[in-house]
Design a binder for this molecule. Sequence first.
Ligand code: AMP
Ligand code: MG
Length: 402
Amino acid sequence: MKSVDEHLAGILAAVPLLPPLEQALLEAAGGVLAERVEAPVPLPPFDNSAMDGYAVVAADVAAATEDKPVTLPVIGDIAAGDSGMSALRPGLTARIMTGAAMPAGADAVIPVEWTDGGTATVRITRSAPPGHYIRRAGEDVRAGQVVVAEGTRLGAPQLGMLAAVGRSHVLVRPRPRVVVLSTGSELRAPGTQLAPGQIWDSNSFMLTTAVMEAGAKGYRQATVGDEAEEVRTTLMDQLVRADAIITSGGVSMGARDVIKEIFERDGEIEFGKVAMRPGKPQGFGLLEGVPVFTLPGNPVSAYVSFQVFVRPALRAMQGLPPDHLPTLSAVLTEDVTSPDGLRHFLRGRLTSDRGEHSVAPAEGQGSHQLQSLSSADSLIVLPEDATRVPAGSRVDVMRLPS
Ligand code: AMP
Ligand code: MG
């Protein structure tokens, strides 16, 4: 029996790094930048007003007060996007809007709130130092500065930054396309009637969502029964469009464990036991170079296996560190027992009080008991050598994506 760490290490050594692609910005969202992006121009590209107000020569209004306002002639309006007023001579002012280019000669902006808002002439009741409410060219980004580093996952702020430096396309390692297939003759689609002996398929929906939560693209397939040819054909058909495939079910020791039956013969996928609970039966291999994760059918086993093995692998395929879910240390609220020699993942609920985390194990830790997973927010991780862990012990806890 392999340890969790050995099985994961084998997977990480085998999964390919996805080749970088040139993608349009919105398609690149969630991708990992495979180049370093520099600003071709400074940002802002020109000095501009930080407020709606009046562009002035600061010295002209140095004496302005509530009691002795300074009145200046208004020579025009400068809106954001205007190509720019040539220059402002001393003794004059122009109305200026936020983001509009400062006219040459002006060295401060008086916000409209400090004036009577006049359009022909304006009464200014407060002074301002030179530079007041001016956003200087380059004060956000210098020309040539690296604005997004290679290896960065592109979230909303990074996409905004790339657009702000004028990029319409970037080179990224895209989000992996992951096909999810549930197998089992007992499975029916939610929304249909169940006959005796049947259950609704939950794994394919859960795993497809987990794929998306992990930052990849999930494609759920219709479930297939335990028919060897049908399962093989379906999987082979998906290879062309998949960067990875996840199956659930059919990997234990039963007479109809179809996934194992069809892929064990030719050795493309290696099946075995991993020292963990839940999730002991596992399989992994490359089919025509595409990583295939064959997860056990019990829903909690499938989910835990996804978080422990598949999520880090999907990250590695994009060139990200293959981190586990964020892990913190918490105090256990109840005694628990744990199987000797197996890494034990218990569903838990975290609470925190002034920075101190506590975790309560959920009722119902069977690997078929999905309700306790759906109301959990974390997985308590007990090491292989733990057998009895008393209340008050410190344990590692993985926070589930929320
Ligand atoms: P298996 O790994 O195929 O032996 O399945 C183990 C258990 O998980 C059985 O009770 C199955 O009915 C159940 N199971 C398998 N696949 C799914 C699924 N997609 N949704 C819900 N339960 C499943
Ligand atoms: Mg089955």
